[in-house]
Design a protein around this ligand. Structure first.
Ligand code: ACO
Length: 205
């Protein structure tokens, strides 16, 4: 493990990621990269360059993508994997992680979230504040489970899907890849096709 952490993205999501890293107390120093060159400091943490500078830091830093947009995060995460960067998992000390839970590299698990036993979470996911993911779920790579979303047991969420804030997914449901589930929506049937789904019960729009 390297003792420095570099976070790509210094705005909202990146700051929450940095906050987790500070609380984990594993790294001697933390810095940001951000493509907005006007940002020099974020949360009191120095912005030391833009994302294209990442290659010069790979030997010295562990690197984490702190960008909320799923496809942008996927693109940068996959590039980092290609060049052999060391990518940590960030889990807030006040998250609850059950037995036999796997969490992939580049995933952030935020404060107050609960991941119950025998669940697999892929790489570069966001398990956001106060969400719950119950037993035997399979959350594929690059998924974002927004704050306060609740997933019952044995749910599968396909790659790159985004479950909006406060959404609910009933048990034994499969959600296809690349879907958006709107804020407060309730999924009670399998979602088989990529698309945007809203409402109670959630329907495609
Ligand atoms: C820490 C953080 O901040 S993490 C981020 C958390 N943020 C979220 O979870 C946001 C989730 N996003 C949403 O729910 C969005 O509304 C989306 C992505 C589902 C849709 O966004 P857009 O495509 O921009 O849709 P838009 O806002 O134009 O709305 C289209 C229609 O759907 C309706 N609508 C939008 N979202 C919802 C919803 N969640 N439930 C019910 N209806 C909705 C709108 O009222 C509008 O209806 P109208 O045509 O009758 O006026």
């Amino acid at each position: 493990m390297k003792n420095k952490l570099l976070i790509i993205g210094a705005s909202g999501h990146g700051k929450v990621v940095a906050d987790i890293a500070l609380r984990m107390n594993k790294w001697e120093s933390i810095a940001f990269l951000d493509d907005d060159e006007s940002i020099k400091l974020s949360m009191g943490i120095e912005v030391i360059g833009t994302s294209s500078d990442v290659f010069t830091h790979i030997d010295e830093y562990e690197i984490f993508v702190g960008i909320g947009n799923n496809s942008t995060r996927q693109r940068i995460h996959e590039m980092l994997e290609t060049v052999g960067a060391s990518i940590p998992v960030l889990i807030h000390p006040n998250a609850v992680i059950g037995n036999q839970v796997d969490v992939g590299c580049g995933t952030a698990v935020m404060a107050g979230s609960i991941v119950n036993c025998c669940t697999k979470i892929g790489k570069s996911c966001i398990i956001n504040t106060g969400s719950s993911i119950d037993h035997d779920n399979c959350i594929e790579d690059f998924v974002h489970i927004s704050p306060g979303a609740h997933l019952a047991g044995t749910v599968k969420v396909g790659q790159g899907s985004w479950l909006g804030i406060g959404s609910v997914v009933s048990n034994d449901i499969n959600i296809a890849s690349g879907c958006k589930v709107g804020a407060g929506s309730v999924v009670v049937k399998d979602i088989k096709e990529t698309g945007t789904y809203l409402g109670v019960p959630a329907r495609r729009v």
